[in-house]
Each structure stands twice: as structure tokens, then as C-alpha cells.
Design a protein around this ligand. Structure first.
Ligand code: NAP
Length: 434
């Protein structure tokens, strides 16, 4: 019997799982990579910053996997609505949930529901043209923006707000966002961290980029930096990141019109405003055993835009064990939820690491599948069964050739110098492929 695997999610975790399956079965298995959107590549398309094109080059590798023997991309299929987990478990020998962590961790402070407060999933999805978020009304008329969190997503959001329209024009930022940012009034971008420079999750390259922006200067308050000799204890990557922060603190204030203020040791306590966000209230903190403890000293950061970049959670699926504390599926270390059902990538380990961190996950999950099944199929209906079921339900499925058509159309309508102009509406994509 031909072994069959359904991988849910066509992002990096899904593709590395498919790659591992191809390697193990050498093309002798059926591998369906199923996605809710008509397009593949998940976070590479809708999460990675549009001005980081070199990271997106990894899609060439995923394309090779898509075209591998026995592999299909099956797009525009919504798990839960179009097909259930139980149906997939009946059709395939193994089902792998590589669905990422698409939901923002809640900020949980008074005023976090005011207009002007967004989670990074929404804001990043908006500028990247994710169909769920392309229509958001992001107000950039205010002078100030507060970005909460000291990770790379916070830096991405700050950089996108700070770059000039010309700097962004050569990226694949969605046209609507490029247009809106062209008229942006934001001049003060505050990156708010509840702990200090030594506790930040920024990486070196991303931090270094902030020092080379055409119209923005990063500003660090020197007293927020620990004594220089304390850097020796840091791991080399963080030490280099902190070195950038030290150089920002030592750079005299120039005349660039936008300032990126690092607000270390500031815990967000409330968003205030008259019917919309007007200021973020933060409390100064000090560290006790690495934990941020409030001092009672409050400050107001004037801002009409608040973006919470504080991490993500995996969506729950009825009947699939979930670790609520960690915001991901409950699985063992290999990704096994129970024999037959597995998780890989952020859906297994939470939102951490780089794109490449998902590769070993894919291999580990295939090892677990082989350990549970011996790698032999049990005779389910597999891809043919899925096709029949979806056809019966009138689901309009997209395959890799359709994506190639969408891809070509996006490249053809790109701004001068840009790699593509994304189609941001599912209806338009489906219309295009006819
Ligand atoms: P992250 O690196 O985990 O950073 C989350 C930040 O949010 C931390 O500084 C955390 O502070 C803070 N935070 C959490 N809860 C908070 C709260 N309630 N109030 C205030 N602050 C809070 O997450 P991320 O930036 O979303 O990035 C996710 C992953 O994607 C990371 O592995 C990242 O490196 C990766 N990524 C990589 C790139 C790239 O390579 N270019 C770009 C984007 C994302 P504490 O430390 O105090 O908890």
C-alpha cells in the first residue's frame, strides 16, 4: 500500500516535513500539503518582512519539494470547514499539523481593545498583503507609534514604519500598505521592552539594519545599558546586538526626521484615549532575578498606533489536545500528538527560532511517523479520497500550477524595482486561475 501523509499548512514547517517525507520514501509516498489559502509558503509570504527578500529565496527549495514525485500542493482548503481532522485521519496514514501560530498573544491591559491597537499578526499581515488583513484600516496619522516587545517582529514593524517610500518601493510590500505609509505622519516610533538590553530577543543583523535607515535614527538611553564589562557574560550573538545598542546610545542626535526610541525597562499598563488610542501608559521596571518588577513610576507615551509584538499562539482544533499555557498543540518532543496525528514547527514548539529551525522538526516528525507505522500504508483512500470529498462539497481546490499562474501575474504587475505586487484577495486569485 502506498503510504499517504496529509500536511496541514504550506509554510516552512509544512514544506520541511514534506521534504523529510520525500527523502524517506523517495517519491514512493503520497504527500499532500494542504493550505487554507490558494497560495503556498505561509510565513515566508505573509510573515517575513517584505524588505528581507534574501530570506524569501528559500521558496525555491519549497518549489522543488512541491514538484517532487508524489507531492501535491492542495490550496484553498479550510480545515474544520471543508474537511475535518477525523476525515483526514481516516483518509491518510498520517496527518501533520504544520499550521503555525497565527493568533496574537493577548496584551491583556486596560484599553487594549481601543481602535489603533493591533497585534503584530494583524499589522504584519496588513503590510504583507495577507488576505485576512489586507483590508484593515491602519491609521498612521498620529505622530507617535508604540511597538510593544523586544523581539525581531518588533524591529520589523519599526523598520517598516521608519523606511522611506523609496526604500520600501523595491520590496514586495503590498501596494495598499505602501500607499498608506507614503502619507504616514509617524515620526516617533517607541520600541517598548519590559526588561533590558541584556534580556532582549533581537538578533544582530536586524538590530544593525536600524543604524542604516535613510530617514530614521535609533535612540538608546545610556543609563538603560548595563556596565560594559557585563556584556562578556552574554552569548556572542546577543553581545553583538548589545554592541549595536551601545553605538546607538553613543551617536549624537542628527537631523533625521524619524526617531526610533528604545524604551527599555518599561512595562505597558494601559492604553488610554478618547474613543481611540492616544497614549500608552508604561511603568518603569527593575529586574529581580531576571523578572521585570514595576516600580510604580508611570509615564505616558503619546501614540495613535500601538502594535503588540509579544508572541503568538496556535489556533485550537476541536478534538486535538492543546497546551493552553504554551499556546500550542500538546505533543511529545518528536511532534507526536498521538500515533497518526503529529505537529511540526511553531504548532509543536511555539513561535521561536528562524525559518531553518523548522527543518529538523520536519525530520523528527517523519521519524516518529515511521516509528509508529513502520512506514507502511494501511490502505486509506488518501489523496483520491480527499479529492472526491472536496469535490462533493464544491470546494474549489488550487494546485501548484495554479500558484505558478498567480505568481506570474504578481510578478507581471510589480512596481518598477519590486519583485511582485501581491494579489491580496482570494476571490481575485480564484478569478485569475479561471
Ligand atoms: P519574541 O522574540 O519571543 O519576542 C517577544 C517579546 O515580547 C519579548 O521581548 C517579550 O519580553 C515580550 N513580551 C511578551 N509578553 C509581553 C507582555 N505581556 N508585555 C510586554 N512584553 C511582552 O517574539 P517575536 O518577536 O514575535 O518573534 C517570534 C519568532 O520569530 C522569534 O524567534 C524571532 O526571532 C523570529 N523572527 C525572526 C525574524 C528574522 O530572523 N529576521 C524576523 C521576525 C521574527 P520578555 O522577554 O520579557 O518575555
Amino acid at each position: 500500500m502506498t503510504f499517504s501523509i496529509a500536511i496541514i499548512g504550506a509554510g516552512p514547517a509544512g514544506y520541511y516535513t514534506a521534504e523529510a517525507a520525500l527523502k524517506h520514501w523517495g517519491g514512493a509516498a503520497h504527500v499532500d500539503i494542504i493550505d487554507r489559502l490558494p497560495t503556498p509558503y505561509g510565513l515566508i509570504r505573509a510573515g517575513v518582512a517584505p524588505d528581507h527578500q534574501s530570506i524569501k529565496a528559500v521558496t525555491k527549495r519549497y518549489e522543488a519539494t512541491s514538484l517532487g514525485e508524489g507531492v501535491r500542493f492542495v490550496g484553498n482548503v479550510n480545515l474544520g470547514a471543508d474537511v475535518s481532522i477525523d476525515e483526514l485521519l481516516g483518509l491518510y496514514d498520517a496527518v501533520v499539523l504544520s499550521v503555525g501560530a497565527p493568533h496574537d498573544k493577548p496584551l491583556g491591559i486596560p484599553g487594549d481593545d481601543l481602535p489603533g491597537v493591533w497585534g503584530s499578526a494583524a499589522f504584519v499581515g496588513w503590510y504583507n498583503g495577507h488576505p485576512d488583513f489586507a483590508g484593515l484600516d491602519i491609521d498612521l496619522s498620529h505622530h507617535g507609534a508604540a511597538i510593544i516587545g523586544n523581539g525581531n517582529v518588533a524591529i520589523d514593524c519599526a523598520r517598516i514604519l521608519a523606511k522611506t517610500p523609496a526604500e520600501l518601493a523595491i520590496s514586495d510590500i503590498a501596494g495598499h500598505a505602501h500607499h498608506q505609509l507614503e502619507g504616514s505622519g509617524v515620526r516617533d516610533v517607541h520600541i517598548v521592552g519590559r526588561r533590558g538590553p541584556h534580556q532582549a530577543s533581537f538578533t544582530t543583523k536586524e538590530m544593525g539594519e536600524l543604524g542604516h535607515l535613510e530617514r530614521a535614527q535609533p535612540l538608546v538611553r545610556a543609563p538603560d545599558l548595563p556596565p560594559l564589562e557585563a556584556d562578556a557574560a552574554l552569548d556572542p550573538g546577543l553581545r553583538k546586538t548589545v554592541t549595536h545598542l551601545r553605538s546607538f546610545a553613543a551617536t549624537p542626535r542628527g537631523d533625521k526626521p524619524i526617531t526610533i526610541h528604545f524604551e527599555f525597562f518599561r512595562r505597558p499598563v494601559a492604553v488610554e484615549g478618547n474613543g481611540k488610542a492616544e497614549r500608552l501608559i508604561v511603568e518603569t521596571t527593575r529586574l529581580e532575578d531576571g523578572v521585570a518588577v514595576g516600580t510604580g513610576e508611570l509615564h505616558a507615551i503619546p501614540c495613535g498606533l500601538v502594535i503588540a509584538c509579544i508572541g503568538y499562539r496556535t489556533a485550537t482544533i476541536a478534538g486535538v489536545p492543546y497546551d493552553t499555557g504554551r499556546g500550542r498543540f500538546a505533543s511529545d518532543d518528536t511532534g507526536r500528538i498521538f500515533p497518526g496525528l503529529y505537529a511540526s514547527g511553531w504548532a509543536r514548539r511555539g513561535p521561536s527560532g528562524t525559518i531553518g529551525t523548522n527543518r529538523p522538526d520536519g525530520f523528527s516528525v517523519v521519524d516518529a511517523i515511521v516509528a509508529d507505522t513502520g512506514g507502511a500504508g494501511k490502505g486509506g483512500a488518501g489523496p483520491a479520497g480527499l479529492d472526491a470529498l472536496l469535490e462533493g462539497r464544491g470546494v474549489r481546490v488550487t494546485h501548484f500550477a495554479h500558484w505558478q499562474g498567480i505568481d506570474a501575474a504578481e510578478v507581471a504587475r510589480a512596481r518598477p524595482g519590486a519583485p511582485r505586487e501581491k494579489i491580496v484577495s482570494v476571490a481575485e486569485m480564484l478569478g485569475l486561475i479561471g
